[in-house]
Write a protein that binds this ligand. Structure first.
Ligand SMILES: [Zn+2]
Ligand SMILES: [Zn+2]
Length: 338
């Protein structure tokens, strides 16, 4: 088959790769219904994260089970499944505490931008739907695999409660779905920090009540201004840069919560500032598996429509254009159809 391979910064190819097969008895092989390009794929694409030679890409996926290994019990051929970007046995202590993305057997999925995918630890990683879902629901189901799961974790880790004032730093797909998640959790005021008009519009559609275009110290000053000088209850940091992290901490009220879900690149925090900020910090790779059953149900019940973040749909073989469009910020998120 053909799959997506990053050869060097800016050089994504859809080329012949090995066909996935069952390797371990706990594996499943699934036919991909839809996959997509992630903001985190852009780090190596832009040369900001080194790669060692040609690298298979893609970690957001849903699809139909084709084959399972001998010891797989709960996943069966023919089922429609969604899985996290991090595999998990769902039985170790970290999994039991709800941190499946720190599973002692964790592997990161990295070959999902292809028509067929091998998923290790199928029983613990994959969540099947009761019935094969409609074609229309597939984009939204795909988001639960990472981008919605991560936005949801951002809101949960920032302790979003009914009535809360929430700030979302970052207007990528995760930030936008962080807005949606905060809205669903009952936030009263949701301030999205964004400078891009199409993203501001989507943020409002997802529940943002205010938009702040300023960044850095000016952005912090605006938030303090809007909250009587106090700061927000919950701030979701969905970027992973020094400026955005400081912006998040400084926009939070004393005793408030900051979540951080963007993979940090060059973030260093000053102990003194952290000490006197009086904030709770909680972040990391989102334990998407914890939320998958609930998020899948919310999508199937029509409670949420997170698939709206896909503003570009391409045939999988045009994956390189998906990367280009996202890199140039012509697209928020590109969905790829095998
Ligand atoms: Zn992702
Ligand atoms: Zn585990």
């Amino acid at each position: 088959m053909k799959g997506t391979v990053l050869h060097s910064p800016g050089d994504v190819r859809f080329e012949t790769v090995d066909d996935p097969t069952i390797v371990a008895p706990t594996d499943a092989v699934i036919r991909i219904a839809a996959t997509c390009v992630c903001g985190s794929d852009l780090w190596p694409y832009r040369g900001l994260q080194p790669i060692e030679g040609p690298t298979r890409m893609g970690h957001e996926y849903c699809g139909y089970v084709e084959e399972v290994g001998k010891s797989v019990t709960s996943i069966k051929p023919g089922q429609f499944v969604v899985g996290s970007f991090a595999t998990s046995d769902n039985t170790c202590p970290h999994c039991n505490y709800g941190y499946q993305s720190s599973c002692t057997q964790r592997e990161f999925i990295s070959m999902a931008q292809s028509p067929v995918l091998r998923v290790p630890l199928a029983d613990g990683t994959l969540v099947p739907t009761r019935e094969v879902p409609s074609k229309e629901s597939i984009p939204s189901l795909l988001t639960t695999s990472d981008v919605l799961g991560t936005g949801w974790f951002a809101a949960d880790a920032a302790n979003v409660k009914p009535g809360a004032t929430v700030v979302v730093v970052g207007d990528g797909a995760v930030g936008l779905l962080g807005v949606m998640s905060a809205k669903h959790m009952g936030a009263e005021r949701i301030i999205a920090m964004s400078r891009h008009e199409p993203r501001q519009k989507l943020a409002r559609e997802f529940g943002a009540t205010d938009i702040v275009t300023e960044r850095g110290d000016d952005g912090v000053a605006r938030i303090l201004d809007m909250t009587d000088g106090v700061g927000a209850d919950s701030v979701l940091e969905c970027v992973g840069m020094q400026e955005s992290m400081l912006q998040a901490i400084r926009a939070t009220r004393r005793g408030g919560h900051v979540s951080f879900v963007g993979v940090p690149h060059g973030v260093a925090l000053d102990g003194q500032e952290l000490f006197f900020s009086h904030v709770h910090l909680h972040g990391g790779p989102a334990p998407v598996r914890r939320y998958l059953p609930d998020l899948i149900q919310l999508v199937l019940d029509g409670e949420i429509d997170p698939g709206k973040v896909f503003d570009l749909v391409l045939p999988l073989e045009q994956v390189a254009e998906g990367y280009r469009a996202m890199d140039e910020r012509r697209a928020i998120k590109a969905l790829l159809q095998p």
